[in-house]
Design a protein around this ligand. Sequence first.
Ligand code: ZN
Ligand code: MN
Length: 254
Amino acid sequence: MRTIWMNQLSWVDYEATIKAEQPPIFLPVGALEQHGPHLPLGTDGLLSAAVAADTATLVQGLVAPTLSYGYKSQPKCGGGQHFCGTTSVDAATLIGSVRDAVREFGRHGATKLVFVNGHYENQWFLIEGIDLGLRDLGPGAKLQVMRLEYWDFLTEQTLTSVFPNGFPGFALEHAAVIETSMMLHYHPSLVRTDLIPEDPPADFPPYDVYPTKKNWVPLSGVLSSAKGSTAEKGKTMATELAMRMADAVIEAFK
Ligand code: ZN
Ligand code: MN
């Protein structure tokens, strides 16, 4: 069986695979962003790549290298830009990278491209980059693009079992139970469970101010507690995500 990793193929093998199989090509998108004291800066890209790889395995897809820098971290979903290590790009930069990727994969003759987003703040800039990239390719292009945020594929049932005391919502799930559990499943050696903070969930007003107020955000950078994270929960979520994303990819490109 061939590798799923595009960057491990020669151009000759890649071209042959594109021509013979028309595989869906997964392009994970992440961020370099603080994720509390217990998770690595690259968490969003590591997780989007991991779920993309599991999904690609189910649908005989390929996984392209991750776009590892994301749009600016916002206090209410990523802690904000004031943390050391958080390294973000302007909207125009992200839009440009996505636009270029769409145009290049279209030129290769790929027909199915799937952006797997792992960083909340990226969403609208991915949409814009995809739109501009498809416009560059023109109306005769054979490329279809799918975009998803992987967490949207978790079922109510799974969220209820992962959060027996109530689900705080995806925005506050920054460096919290979902990401920590999934990192314990995929990359256990990168998680410092002994450093998980005790902070209560962050409580934000229904507006934003600029410059942002650092005191809105817990000093740890964690927006709701990661206590209760387990590798087992991570495995349950990862398995569900890959299966449901695979079904969606098949359906979307039918
Ligand atoms: Zn994250
Ligand atoms: Mn993020």
